[in-house]
Ligand binder design. Structure first.
Ligand SMILES: Cc1cc2nc3c(=O)[nH]c(=O)nc-3n(C[C@H](O)[C@H](O)[C@H](O)COP(=O)(O)O)c2cc1C
Length: 492
């Protein structure tokens, strides 16, 4: 069946689009016409099929021409198509585009379950341009072309395809593309158009239309935000996702508590024993909480207040260890309990305090050791500390810097050692959780605070000496004793 179909399609078109089983997938026939699909070590039933389909299972590993399969009225082909569609819905097939006169293959990997390749008609007069969301990158030893708009990923085994894409940063008439050296074929253009990696625009190359991509809502998306959204959620990519522990055996699990910074620790345990005001119900705190951007330097917050805030919001309450894989062993994992929730009990967030004006604590840059409930002074350049505090004032539109600026940093590996695809988005969610905790504790203590959405990761790297991919700033919180309302300027 395979050979005759391929011969037919080559006569009609210079390129063959075929469907085949994805890599690492195998089909098995069970009793009674049942077909099983084997993925890794699991076998899942695809249902019962006509006996003739079982005979064609092997052909599916090599590839079947898509157009002939879809158009055929033959009852065996219809049954094979049903099997292919069943596999496609589960993301178990890929598509191969090969031109008879060239070596390079383009492989299309579906990213959404109902992807089915379509080839819209293209004429010489059509003008195409690359979507601003499309990008190419190296994945293992292959070049892949992707877009958060696309329902499929393209593995480009044909360098001419990459060259053609580069030329499509500017609108190009199809007629001109067809004249390019090594033109990879109209079929590829059509598939990329179908996947919204290419856009069809008016011949004059309307710049406004190119920017909006014909959708007024898409213009609101930055490239990286849209990519992050589609790759860190489920539904529009086929990457491994969730708590899969992909680095077990390759590296040790990062610890629950950050290794100590060198230097003398300032013990806060005695300070936080100071009794606080009567605790109000959380519903009252939620109503009372407001962002405070102006602080009263005549009455700075005290070391005891700072200690109590850190104790209530972020201190380690308990530690324990357990093997990753229960009774089967696996690496020993360390965990902590802290006042705020954290995805996977990761507790990857670290607090660094830029202290400008705190009664009982010398100005400087400190790390909060949540396990020991202590502060360790880091040696930083005074101009970096000033720059950090000035940037916080600027971000708040405040008349002056806060008394204390808390930088929330993340030990990225603590989360990504466990989670695939979602590690960074979980970290940002954890920042939100901790931020609200800091707001409520500050409110309860009669202190003022304000979240700051931006963070300078280069300045943090300079001050700590930590590479920005290992531990980096992901949030900030300004803290101090707020000015009375009538003394403070309005919110920025
Ligand atoms: C994630 C986040 C980032 C924020 N970033 C800033 C900021 O950079 N500058 C600022 O002045 N306020 C910032 N805020 C505070 C908001 O402006 C404030 O919460 C909002 O105006 C509501 O006012 P309220 O907090 O007084 O109720 C931020 C708040 C959050 C939750």
């Amino acid at each position: 069946m395979q050979a005759s179909r391929t011969a037919h399609i080559q006569a009609a078109s210079p390129a063959t689009l075929s469907v085949r089983l994805s890599r690492h997938i195998a089909l098995e026939a069970a009793a009674g016409g049942e077909i099983l699909v084997r993925v890794e070590h699991q076998a899942v039933s695809l249902g019962t099929f006509d006996a003739c389909v079982v005979e064609h299972m092997r052909a599916l590993s090599a590839g079947l021409p898509v157009d002939l399969l879809a158009a055929s009225r033959d009852s065996v082909d219809r049954e094979v198509l049903r099997l292919v569609q069943r596999l496609a819905r589960s993301g178990l097939v890929e598509y191969s585009l090969v031109r008879a006169d060239r070596g390079g293959e383009v492989v299309i990997e579906p990213q959404v379950p109902d992807y089915w390749p379509q080839l819209p008609d293209l004429t010489d007069g059509d003008t195409l341009v690359l979507s601003r969301f499309a990008y190419m990158r190296r994945r293992a030893s292959e070049m892949v072309l992707e877009s958060p708009r696309s329902g499929a990923l393209f593995r480009l085994g044909d360098p001419a395809a990459a060259a053609m894409l580069a030329s499509l940063s500017e609108p190009q008439p199809v007629a001109r593309l067809r004249r390019q050296d090594g033109f990879p074929g109209t079929e590829l253009l059509a598939l990329l158009l179908d996947s919204q990696i290419l856009l069809r625009i008016e011949a004059d190359g309307d710049a406004g239309l190119r920017a909006t991509e014909g959708d007024e809502h898409l213009v609101l998306w930055d490239f990286h935000d849209f990519l992050f959204h589609t790759r860190s959620t489920e539904g529009r990519h086929a990457n491994p996702l969730g708590g899969r522990y992909p680095y077990v055996g390759l590296s040790n699990p990062p610890p629950a508590i950050r290794p100590r910074w060198p230097g003398r620790a300032i013990d806060l345990r005695r300070d936080s024993d100071t009794p606080g005001a009567t605790v109000r119900p959380v519903t009252a705190l939620l109503r009372e909480r407001r962002s405070t951007r102006s602080f009263d330097d005549r009455a700075p917050l005290t070391r005891a207040e700072l200690a109590r805030l850190l104790d209530s919001a972020a201190r380690v309450q308990a530690t324990w260890c357990s093997p990753l894989d229960g009774e089967h062993g696996g690496p020993m994992m360390s965990y902590t309990a802290r006042p705020y929730p954290s995805a996977g009990a990761s507790y990857e967030l670290e607090l660094y305090l830029a202290v400008r004006h705190c009664d009982g604590l010398a100005p400087g840059y400190y790390h909060y050791d949540a396990g020991r409930h202590a502060l360790t002074l880091l040696h930083v350049r005074p101009q970096d500390l000033d720059a950090l505090l000035a940037a916080a004032a600027f971000a708040m539109g405040a008349p002056g810097p806060p008394q204390v600026l808390i930088t929330i940093a993340a030990r990225f590996g603590r989360v990504s050692w466990k989670y695939s695809a979602v590690a960074y988005e979980l970290i940002l969610k954890n920042v939100g959780v901790l931020t609200q905790t800091l707001y409520l504790v500050a409110t309860e203590m009669g202190l003022g605070g304000c979240a700051i959405g931006s963070a300078n990761i280069e300045l943090f790297a300079r001050m700590t000496g930590l590479p920005h991919h290992i531990e980096g700033a992901v949030g900030q919180f300004a803290l101090g004793r707020g000015l009375d309302e009538e003394e403070a300027d309005g919110p920025a």
